[in-house]
Ligand binder design. Structure first.
Ligand code: ADP
Ligand code: MG
Length: 521
């Protein structure tokens, strides 16, 4: 371990002890009314959880290393590792020259978006764009695939019907056929750039059928049932791939696309390709499906075990369940519930009944509590009242709630950072982190473009990031960047740029549709 990392570990351990000691003193000062035993029990549970969820630097390093190993294993064995490493058949990324009118349909885990985009080539770039977003009704997440796709197709057709004159494409074919990029944020085994078989539903979707079916065919049939304008799917992409393409459209240095929203996932440009992912350009985007990553180094707590056991997909998506926005509030709820049960965290009010309801605390509410900087934590008090119906809370209890939010968020952000470093190691080899010296790159595919391989050794690497968790949660971004800085040397950390590419997954899909259009100029 380097001196720097030892120092960081000592500092982190020191900070943790200081935080618990301060909480203890505050608690003793202010909680005279509660029996000493209860008081200590609550802090004991906090300490136990903090310990189990800790992500010191040496653990993050092991996770990053394990990620790199699983990436290679997944690629070589056609996904027979906990990373599926799915070939996307996207071999050409946008360069800015794309032209015409294209649509996208972005099915996330929470929201569903339709977009249109008029592209004007290198000079004009994105001439015009507009989108509509609707929450996916909960009932559709538990229904049939036909119901889900009919709903989506109807919204798409309505949206196309409202296309204004200003979107008129120069290309005559594009005036009669609308081409769309379908962004589909579930694991799909692609059979080409415009077809793919659904491997499984995730992120709380429990749809009886659809697994094993071609999602493009499902959508196309639903569109046809609408008897509306002619619409064809030009490209099927994962949301990470849309994000990567959307980022690359503006910036050549973008090599990784990543999502931190309801769930989490990443894709990247691979040059060391296995035979089942043939590419004419020598490179292909690989969809890692990293939500499925698992490592014994991951700091799993009782709350994670409970959450997993009661989830719709037990034993799966282990990494995602520690990171994704769908789960963070729920982990906090489970920890608070235990403290309420075993240590009377909320005093004589006992266990609030709403606290026993799974997913009653959503991550946006949790992040508001975490962001509360008022001396008396009044936002925490308000949310505990609004969400769980706890009328009165003592400040020391609110501090504990705040600490739990902090621990859960910090763990998520640091684990995601370790994943990014794992990808960097995979694409750049050990030379990636050479403390600023230009090291030798590991051998890479001969066909790869020299310019890009030089870039890996010396230039910037940009991660295009999309998703509500990253976008709206300021402290999350701070923790993630701090972990990246700890994991990499100063010089390398400067070369890695994490860039928010807002709604990149949707816009990227329209641009990729342009790259793969059947009706080119
Ligand atoms: P999707 O994952 O469906 O594509 P988004 O990228 O918009 O959707 O992400 C939505 C998720 O982002 C929500 O499920 C929530 O977990 C998280 N999120 C949204 N707003 C906030 C917020 N203010 N603070 C923390 N997390 C948020
Ligand atoms: Mg999304």
């Amino acid at each position: 371990m380097s001196e720097r990392s030892m120092l960081m570990n000592l500092l982190m351990a020191g900070a943790a002890v200081a935080a618990v000691a301060t909480a203890l003193i505050m608690w003793q000062k202010m909680q005279k009314g509660l029996p000493v035993q209860t008081r200590n029990q609550a802090l004991g549970l906090l300490y136990e959880f903090q310990h189990a969820a800790a992500t010191p630097l040496h653990v993050l390093r092991q996770i990053a290393e394990h990620m790199t190993i699983e990436m290679t294993a997944g690629l070589m064995t056609e996904g027979k590792s906990n990373l599926l490493m799915l070939p996307t058949f996207v071999e050409n990324l946008p360069d800015g020259s794309e032209e015409g009118l294209f649509y996208a349909l972005d099915l996330g885990g929470t929201n569903f978006r339709v977009l249109r985009c008029l592209l004007g080539g290198l000079e004009g770039r994105v001439l015009k764009q507009e989108y509509e977003e609707v929450p996916i009704p909960k009932s559709l997440m538990l229904g049939t695939s036909e119901e889900l796709f009919d709903f989506i197709a109807k919204r798409l057709v309505d949206f196309v019907n409202r296309e204004g004159e200003e979107y008129r494409a120069k290309n005559r074919r594009q005036q009669t056929v609308r081409e769309i990029g379908l962004t589909f944020s579930f694991p799909v085994k692609q059979t080409s750039v415009k077809s793919g078989i659904l491997i499984q539903w995730s992120k709380g979707f429990k749809i009886a059928d659809g697994v094993g079916a071609d999602v493009v065919a499902l959508l196309q049939s639903a569109i046809n049932r609408q008897h509306g304008p002619k619409i064809e799917v030009a490209v099927l992409v994962n949301d990470t791939v849309g994000t990567l393409a959307g980022g690359r459209y503006w910036n050549d240095d973008v090599m990784v696309g990543m999502i931190l929203g309801t769930g989490t996932n990443a894709c990247y440009v691979e040059r060391d390709l296995p035979s089942h992912a043939p590419s004419r350009t020598g490179e292909m985007v690989i969809n890692m499906e990293w939500g499925g990553f698992w490592s014994s180094h991951l700091p799993r707590t009782y709350a994670d075990e409970q959450l997993d056991n009661e989830s719709v997909n037990p034993g799966q998506a282990g990494y995602e369940k520690m990171i994704g926005g769908m789960y963070l509030g729920e982990i906090v709820r489970r920890v608070l519930l235990r403290m309420a049960r075993e240590a009377a965290l909320f005093g004589d009010q006992g266990v609030p009944s709403k606290m026993t309801v799974p997913f009653s605390l959503v991550t946006p509410e949790m992040s508001k509590m975490h962001a509360d900087e008022s001396g008396d934590l009044r936002v925490v008090a308000k949310i505990l009242r609004d969400v769980f119906g706890i009328q009165k809370t003592e400040l020391p209890s609110r501090r504990i709630v705040h600490d739990v939010c902090d621990i859960v968020t910090m763990r998520s952000a640091r684990l995601a950072a370790a994943g990014i470093v794992g990808i960097l190691k995979k694409i750049g080899g050990d030379s990636w982190d050479t403390s600023g010296q230009s090291g030798q790159l590991k051998t890479i595919n001969r066909n790869s473009r020299v310019a890009t391989s030089t870039k890996l050794a010396t230039g910037r690497i940009v991660v295009a990031m999309d998703g509500g968790l990253y976008e709206h949660y300021t402290q999350y971004r701070i923790y993630m960047q701090a972990a990246v800085n700890e994991l990499l040397s100063e010089a390398t950390a400067k070369r890695l740029v994490i860039q928010l590419s807002k709604d990149g997954s949707g816009i990227g899909a329209t641009i990729l549709a342009a790259c793969h259009s059947n009706y080119r100029y």
